[in-house]
Design a protein around this ligand. Structure first.
Ligand code: MLT
Ligand code: MN
Length: 305
């Protein structure tokens, strides 16, 4: 199985258009220890040829330009991506659907019921797409049954509900329901190898830890370094966990959770916010991650399992 990181940043990307923080200034100025990152998305394939997109980023066109796996290979038009799986209904995971509207047939779009509701009510993008390519709605089961999205259909995909948060526009933003956010376990039945992917994860409960422990590679929420990151910058009154993200540092944080995993499990942080000091390869925080055996995903990263 192959996983291609199309976008490794959280909503806003890095640098974020309206930010003047030291790291955003540094990356604009070309500082060598910083690299640009687009918004959250991965592509998954069983054979390196046919792909399933997981999350449709606002930066999708730029991401596709940089990834030959998406390019048409025959006829007048086509795409290496055959379907889209959504882990939530957040803007940074769904806005790219608008950019896929030129497809000649309905897009198979896999989502849970709450995500489908948000994308047909609070943000009715799936209705809008009916005026273009159309949507072939595919339900993601939450009971652990495997599903097989077009593209990487040979793999066994399983979803689990996560404690995180619905988008701000959702009618159930303050009142989470199972399926607002999911973690994905993707298993290659040929090799038994598996990846666990959860870019928005507020709590590692027993079920989540079990899924992480059984994986060969985890790609998990790397949004914030500290729980009060946005508060201490004066940007928000909300803690990381209030908006659905477990911070890396501190008691019970992601670093501690990842330290509980068996040694052979590859640990990758993804969905990094522009406020997170780990964006700078030369920061003390990044050095601490490296010492703990934790990698930070970057745009273009490829993982083969
Ligand atoms: C989140 O996951 O909380 C989002 O990145 C927020 C956003 O897209 O604005
Ligand atoms: Mn996000």
């Amino acid at each position: 199985m192959k996983i291609r990181v199309l976008g490794s940043a959280a909503g806003g990307g890095f640098p974020q258009w309206n930010w003047y923080c030291a790291d955003c200034r540094g990356v604009r100025a070309g500082k060598a220890s910083l690299q640009r990152r687009t918004q959250s998305s991965i592509a998954v394939s069983a054979d390196g040829d046919r792909w399933t997109l997981v999350n449709a980023s606002p930066d999708i066109l730029q991401q596709f330009q940089h990834f030959a796996g998406t390019w048409p290979t025959e006829g007048l038009r086509g795409c290496g991506i055959e379907s889209v799986v959504l882990v939530d209904a957040q803007i940074d995971h769904t806005t790219g659907l608008y950019m896929l509207r030129e497809k000649g047939s309905p897009w198979p779009i896999w989502s849970t019921d709450p995500v489908f509701e948000d994308l047909t009510r609070g943000n009715p993008i799936l209705h809008l797409l009916e005026h273009y390519c159309g949507v072939a709605r595919q339900p993601i089961p939450l009971d652990g049954r495997s599903f097989h999205p077009q593209g990487a259909a040979r793999l066994n995909w399983r979803a689990m509900p996560l404690l995180s948060a619905a988008p701000p526009y959702s009618p159930h933003r303050g009142n989470p329901v199972p399926g607002d956010n999911i973690g994905l376990t993707i298993i290659d039945p040929a090799s038994g190898r598996r990846v666990f992917y959860a870019p928005g994860l507020a709590e590692v409960d027993d079920a989540v830890f079990d899924a992480m422990r059984s994986a060969d590679c985890v790609m998990v929420d790397g949004t914030f370094w500290t729980d009060d990151e946005m508060i201490s910058l004066g940007l928000s009154k909300k803690r990381a966990r209030d908006i659905g993200h477990l911070a890396q540092s501190g008691p019970g944080g992601m670093i501690e959770q990842l330290a509980r995993l068996p040694r052979h499990v590859r640990r990758v942080l993804i969905h990094i916010n522009n406020t997170n000091p780990i964006l700078d390869d030369s920061s003390a925080e990044r050095t601490a991650l490296t010492a703990a055996g934790i990698e930070v995903a970057f745009d273009g990263m490829e993982i083969t399992l």
